[in-house]
Each structure stands twice: as structure tokens, then as C-alpha cells.
Design a protein around this ligand. Structure first.
Ligand SMILES: Nc1ncnc2c1ncn2[C@@H]1O[C@H](COP(=O)(O)OP(=O)(O)O)[C@@H](O)[C@H]1O
Ligand SMILES: [Mg+2]
Length: 321
């Protein structure tokens, strides 16, 4: 098949996307496909019409590529593509939207309050902060609604830290969340669709080596985070984490593959869903490929399966006419 690999783009996660894309291209070539890399920009629609790929492999992360925008264009141009469609992408990319959907569905996610820039500028939201601080208790996690890779995520340890953390989060998005902190372990469960339906892959634990928490730098520099897969947690926790990930997948309407980030409370062993990533990293230090490997699925087999799913979905006619 002729497969266009969409990578790069203009999001803050451009560099990660270039690495995901390069690794995907390599695998597709080894699988014998005709691979056309496309660094996504203003000429995307032209390029797609010129290349006329059988499938587009979307290896984009962050705004534009992971939020449903590119997926809408692919639907319009009529090119089958990998992973989730526009609506699931839009839900996953916005933590306020996805957390509301999870809470409404009865799935556990840390308590939160969300604000737009307008609420602060025009509605005096700052006056509500003391009440929120009382309800959530310190430390409070402040994060932008729509970023990834821990960009703009800050832990406020006292009331004095909150305004600065909010300002920092607003530099990434016009909406921010204040969220209850979960003291515990960082787990991730990747979900991969297949002939018998979506399956949850082995649980990965991310253990930061030195940092305060699992931050952007730690995430992509080899050696700064230790990934343990399968995570050393009880069978009961593993089963609950996998079950929860599948429930999140279905509530948000994901397709192809996705990665659900969770926290395991140290004290209560309760699990909380932090977010769902519609297009998780596919680099050589990324969690989904690691989890697939632990399940006996090589990177090439993983990529082949994701492409097959895109083709099958298009055949079932889910691409809008
Ligand atoms: N409520 C929370 N309690 C404890 N740690 C958190 C919380 N929210 C985020 N974190 C830490 O920050 C990291 C990034 O947060 P996450 O919500 O997954 O956003 P991102 O989209 O940036 O990955 C998490 O992996 C976790 O280590
Ligand atoms: Mg995350």
C-alpha cells in the first residue's frame, strides 16, 4: 500500500512527533509498503491530493494533529487514517471535556474545577480560589486543559503558589483545571483494537529517577524515567487498571489505539484516570510500544495491526461520505 506518514506539525510536541513518525516509517518500509512522509503544514490538503495514499498514518501529537483537526481534513479528503476519529480526538485532547465525560459515566477521575481565561478576566473567578483550595486541599495540581507531555502541569503546595501556576497554565491554553492531587504511582494502560475488539495491554509504571514528578524532560530523555512493564502491582490492581482503561476507551469513543494515564493512590490503592491520549508516543522510549512488546507484539506487528484497523474501519464505511 501507499502509506502517508503524517508527522511534525506545529504543536509543542513537534520533536516527539518527528521521532514517532521516523520510527513508524521505518517499520512500514520493513513491512514492504510504499511510504511517503509528510511534515504537516499549510500544504497538507494539496499533498494528500497529490500523493493519494491508501492510508494516512497519523503520527502527530498535541494540538492540530491529536485534537481532531487533521482527522476532519482526512475525512473530507476521503483518506482512511489510523486511530481515533474527530470526536474522540476532540474529547481526549480537552481534559475538561474528557473528565466531565468520565465523571458523568461514573468513572473515577480526581476532583477538579475548570476555568476559562474569561472567568478570571470578566467574572472574578479569582475570588473563588479559596473555596476551591479548601475543597481540593494542598497540594493542588494546576494544568492547562489541552496540552500533553506534562507541559504546564504544576503542583501548588500552598495558596501563594496557585496564581503563578494558573498564569503558567494559561500560557498553554485558554482553559485551566485545578485538580485534586493523588499521592501515588504513575500508571499507564495502552489499549489496542483488534479482530476480537479492544484489548488492554500490560500496565506500565513510570518511575521518575530524580525529578519531582514525571515531567516533560524526564519523559523523553533516556535514563531519566524508569519504565517498568508489566508494572509491579497486584493482579487485582492490574485487572482493575485494564478494566478501567477499556471503560475510558469506550466512553470517549476511541479507535485503533490509545493510552490511558492513571494514578494509583498509595494509601487507598484506588485508581484515578488522569487523561486519555488519542495518539500516544510511538518513539523508542514510548510506553505503548513497550507495553505491546511485553504482550509479545513487536513494533512492526503493532504498526501493521494499526494500519489494518484503519483499512477495516474505512471499509465499514465510517468515513463520512
Ligand atoms: N492529580 C494529580 N495527582 C498527582 N499527579 C498528577 C496529577 N495530575 C498530573 N500528575 C502528574 O503529572 C503528569 C502529567 O499529567 P497528565 O494529566 O497526564 O497530563 P499530560 O497531558 O501533560 O500528560 C502525570 O503523569 C502525573 O505524574
Ligand atoms: Mg499524561
Amino acid at each position: 500500500m501507499r502509506i502517508a506518514v503524517l508527522k511534525g506539525g506545529r504543536s509543542l510536541e513537534r520533536q516527539v512527533s518527528l521521532r514517532s513518525g521516523a520510527r513508524v516509517e521505518d517499520a512500514l518500509q520493513r513491512l514492504g509498503h510504499d511510504v511517503v512522509p509528510i511534515d504537516v503544514g499549510a500544504d497538507l490538503v494539496d499533498r494528500l491530493q497529490e500523493v493519494r495514499p491508501d492510508v494516512a498514518f497519523v503520527a502527530l501529537h498535541g494540538r492540530g494533529g491529536e485534537d481532531g483537526t487533521v482527522q476532519e481534513l482526512l475525512e473530507l479528503v476521503g483518506v482512511p487514517y489510523t486511530a481515533s476519529g474527530p470526536s474522540a480526538c476532540a474529547r481526549c485532547m480537552d481534559k475538561v471535556v474528557s473528565k466531565h465525560a468520565l465523571r458523568d459515566a461514573g468513572l473515577p477521575t480526581p476532583d477538579f474545577y475548570a476555568f476559562s481565561q474569561t472567568a478570571f478576566e470578566e467574572l472574578g473567578a479569582a475570588k473563588a480560589l479559596p473555596a476551591i483550595e479548601e475543597r481540593l486541599e494542598f497540594p493542588i495540581v494546576v494544568k492547562p486543559a489541552g496540552q500533553g507531555s506534562a507541559l504546564g502541569v504544576k503542583f501548588a503546595r500552598a495558596a501563594a503558589d496557585v496564581p503563578g501556576a494558573i498564569v503558567a497554565a494559561f500560557s498553554y491554553d485558554t482553559k485551566v483545571l485545578l485538580e485534586r492531587h493523588v499521592g501515588g504511582r504513575d500508571l499507564a494502560v495502552s489499549v489496542l483494537d483488534g479482530p476480537v475488539g479492544p484489548e488492554a495491554l500490560p500496565v506500565v509504571e513510570a518511575v521518575p529517577v530524580a525529578e519531582d514528578f514525571y515531567d516533560f524532560e524526564a519523559r523523553y530523555e533516556i535514563g531519566r524515567t524508569r519504565f517498568i512493564c508489566p508494572a509491579e502491582v497486584s493482579d487485582a490492581v492490574t485487572a482493575r487498571a485494564q478494566e478501567l482503561a477499556l471503560a475510558v476507551w469506550s466512553v470517549l469513543g476511541c479507535a485503533g489505539f490509545a493510552r490511558i494515564d492513571l494514578m494509583l493512590d498509595h494509601v487507598t490503592e484506588d485508581l484515578y484516570v488522569l487523561e486519555a491520549n488519542a495518539i500516544p508516543g510511538l518513539t523508542d522510549t514510548s510506553l505503548l510500544p513497550l507495553a505491546a512488546e511485553a504482550a509479545g507484539i513487536s513494533f512492526e506487528a503493532l504498526i501493521a495491526r494499526i494500519v489494518d484497523l484503519a483499512v477495516a474501519t474505512a471499509r465499514r464505511g465510517s468515513l463520512r461520505a
